[in-house]
Design a protein around this ligand. Sequence first.
Ligand code: PLP
Length: 289
Amino acid sequence: MYIYSPIHRLNYQALTQISVKRDDLIDPYISGNKWRKLKYVLADVFANKKSHLVTFGGAYSNHLVATAACAARNELKSTAFVRGEKVTNEMLVLCQLFGMQLIFVDRESYRDKRLLYAKVFSEDPESYFIDEGGASEEAVKGCADIISEITDTYDHIFCAAGTGTTAAGLLRGINEAGLSTTLHVIPALKNGDFIAEEINNYEKDLSKLQLHVDYHFGGYAKTTPDLIDFIKNFTASTGLLIDPVYTGKMFYAIYDLINIGKLKKDANILAIHSGGLLGIMGMKEKLFT
Ligand SMILES: *Cc1c(COP(=O)(O)O)cnc(C)c1O
């Protein structure tokens, strides 16, 4: 399949020239890294003659919308176990429009995803388990493809992390291509050191990896006035939308690392725009009060 993910130059702060890999343009709903992560999963679904995608996520999960849209376009059924009490929001409305069935489960039962899946789908030979956030070996492989699309060389590549699967794929791509590029990863969650272990499950050589665990702004789905100001300013000056959960934190980190002198002003930087712009909806009250 043809995908559209060009590399654009950003001119946000004087002297710094940052390139952006526009994975956010791949698709509005199967967006960014979620498309990368589902690509080989889908191939596996067809190879195994399955017809029903079953997955997991929070009520504002980009992965749920992506899975629902992906299922609908490929004439597959989809079901999601949604963490927490029954709610509705923009994301879940989209999921349902794409025909996804939603099953709300309390936080305690949500923890054991294999058990949940077995309870409801053990008798369904057509169903296919996709982990929360799409984490899998296929997903890592799909994200490694990002590196093979890049023709210029960069000293630094930046990405945001939730599960670390995307970062694992990028690191694999860098290692396989024998590049000397450093991969900088910005965890969206607090105590993001666990991301190194997650990446290590898929990729043994971590020598090109640099984690920056201090740009979580309070944690997953949390924010601060500082981050919100940055996002508004950045978007109004560049025309590039970024989200408060992932890519906002990544771009903030890049400019902060330059401003505090940890990265050279003329460093050759590529930022992966991993999409997820619907995440803006989860913070609309906080963006404009
Ligand atoms: C889901 C998501 C991530 C996190 O990806 P992981 O592979 O789970 O680390 C990053 N950026 C955006 C925009 C996302 O939607």
